[in-house]
Ligand binder design. Structure first.
Ligand code: THU
Length: 137
C-alpha cells in the first residue's frame, strides 16, 4: 500500500473498530464492524445488527452502505471489514454483491482484525465475473 492508501485505511480502521464495539450480536456473539470511504472522501460505518428472528439480522457492510446512501454518497472508493478470530473476516457472499452495486472491479476491500489490516483484496478477486447494474442498462 502507498502511504496515502495507509492513511485512508487507518481512518477506515478506526471507524470500523468503533462500529464493531457497538454491534448488536447477542446470538452469534461475533461482532463485525465495517467502514467505507465514498467518492467525496466521507467515511461511513456500520455494524452487524442481529435479531431474535435470526434471518432478519443484517451485516456490518449493509449498515455502512445504508449510511453512505442516506448521506448522499453513491460510490465506494474503499471498504474495510473488521472482525475477531483467526480466520479472515471477508465479506459474506451477499455483501460482496451489495458492495458490487457501488464499487468498481479494482475497488480495495481491506480485511482487518483488531490489530489492523490483514489482507487487501479487490472486489473482482472476491466476486469475479459478477452481475451488476450494467447488466440492466
Ligand atoms: N457478518 C457480517 O456482519 N459481515 C460479514 O460479511 C460476515 C458476517 C455478521 C453476520 C452475523 O451477525 C455474524 O457476523 C455471524 O455470522
Amino acid at each position: 500500500m502507498s502511504s496515502t492508501d495507509t492513511l485512508f485505511s487507518d481512518a477506515l480502521f478506526s471507524a470500523a473498530l468503533a462500529a464493531q464495539a457497538r454491534a448488536h450480536a447477542p446470538y452469534s456473539r461475533f461482532r463485525v464492524g465495517a467502514a467505507l470511504r465514498d467518492e467525496a472522501g466521507a467515511v461511513h460505518a456500520g455494524c452487524n445488527v442481529e435479531n431474535a428472528a435470526y434471518p432478519v439480522g443484517t451485516c456490518a457492510e449493509a449498515g455502512a452502505i445504508a449510511a453512505m446512501v442516506a448521506a448522499g454518497g453513491r460510490r465506494i472508493a474503499a471498504i474495510l471489514v473488521l472482525g475477531d478470530g483467526e480466520a479472515l473476516v471477508t465479506p459474506c457472499g451477499a455483501c460482496r454483491q451489495r458492495i458490487r452495486e457501488f464499487a468498481a472491479p479494482h475497488t480495495p476491500i481491506h480485511v482487518a482484525g483488531p490489530q489492523g489490516v490483514r489482507r487487501t483484496f479487490t472486489l473482482d478477486e472476491l466476486l469475479p465475473a459478477s452481475f451488476g447494474p450494467d447488466n440492466l442498462a
